[in-house]
Design a protein. Sequence first.
Length: 202
Amino acid sequence: MDIIAGSTSTDDSKEPADDSNDKYADASTEEVLEEYQQFATGVLDRSEGTVQLHTRYIGRLLEHADRSPSRITQDDITSYIGSESDISNATRMNIIGALRVFFRDFLGREVMDAFEMPSISAKPTDVPSKEELQTFYQALENPKYKAAFLFAATSGLRSSELCQLTMGDIDEDKRMLVPDKESSTKQTWLTFYNHEAKEAFE
C-alpha cells in the first residue's frame, strides 16, 4: 500500500546537514518522549490516553531510525511503518496521525506532509441483541458493575468519561450527569440516565 502521496516532497524530507542547531542531537529517546508528553498535554491539551498512544509509536520510530528526530527523513519513516507488519488500516492511521503531531506540531518539521491517511471502508458492526445484553447484565454479580453497565447503556458517555465520574458530576434528583472533562479535540455535555440505572446506583 502506498503511504506517500505521488511525487510530493519537501526539502524537509532530506536529512539536515548541520548538527549545530539540533537540540536533540545528544538526547535519549526517553528524554525526547518526556518533552513531547509535556508538550502534548500542556500545549495541545491531548488526553492521557492519546498521549500514551502517540508516545508508543513515536518511541518505536525513534528506536527504529536510531538518530535524532531532527534528522529523521521520509525514508526513515517509510521504513519504520513498513516494519510494523500485519497492521490494520486503523492502526496505520493512528501511526501517521501520531507522527504528524510529533513532527509538525512539536518539532515544526514538514517531513510528514507527504504521507497520506489510508482510506477505511465502513464495515458492518455486530451489535448484540437485547436478549444478549440482558443475559450479560444478569451475569454481573457486583452491584457496582451493574450500575456502571446501566450508566453506559443509558447515558451515552464514553467508557473513559464514566471512569472519571465523581459524585459531584451526578445530580441524583434529575438523573443527570455533567462530566467535568473537556479538551481541545473533544467536548462533553450533560446527559441523563434512566430509572433502572438510578435504582442500581442507589
